[in-house]
Design a protein around this ligand. Sequence first.
Ligand code: ADP
Ligand code: ADP
Length: 222
Amino acid sequence: PALITARGLRKSFGPTEALRGVDLDVRRGEVLAVMGPSGSGKSTLLHCLAGVLVPDSGTVEVAGRSVSGLGEAARSRLRLTEFGFVFQFGQLLPELTAADNVGLPLLLNGTPRARARTAAGAALARLGLQDAGEKHPTELSGGQAQRVAIARALITRPKVLFADEPTGSLDSLAAENVLTAMLDLVREDGTTVVLITHDPRTAAYADREVIVRDGRIGAVVA
Ligand code: ADP
Ligand code: ADP
């Protein structure tokens, strides 16, 4: 059964048609890789699925609930409570420690500070970073920083993890280690994942793969 259902998505930026009619189902609990050339519309698709962007036409539903029809405040709330996000880089707040970065989504959700700190420690430990909690982002390796970002994205136990090139800034060994650590956690939690990647070795870990070309789904590989 589909957790995310997208129908007829179109999105333009001025004269650029980034999405030209996308239909896509993301199944509950699957890891879906989104591949395709640079500029083909992958990020725009992810942003529409996640309620970051509103499509010009078409619909997105998550668990039977319209995302594309919600206003800005409701989409923002949905992103905070139901979704997690990981990007290629630049996502940790440099003035906060690793533990405070990880606990931030819980504080924003109204969780008491002490409980957020305990949960952040546990989330870091799940990624092998139990000793890195008091470090600042500049003191972490690239792979450690991405693990902290993953811990932060998963700390709210989101329904969906949206990942845009999460290991794209790492060398291939670090990339594989970070990717498999992330996938172990999402498989354990049953989290649905939409994973943009340029790397076929990364896509090989996914349950299914869709190829985006010129704003359309060009192929689905099971
Ligand atoms: P991909 O993620 O596959 O590289 P994107 O979804 O980022 O592709 O972009 C698809 C197309 O839309 C590209 O031509 C890109 O330049 C354009 N685009 C994306 N976002 C914007 C924006 N905010 N403003 C203008 N053009 C954009
Ligand atoms: P990628 O190719 O890895 O998807 P990009 O560097 O194309 O990443 O885009 C990064 C971000 O910038 C995306 O959120 C996208 O929507 C936005 N973006 C892409 N192209 C443009 C553009 N021409 N003008 C403004 N924003 C853009």
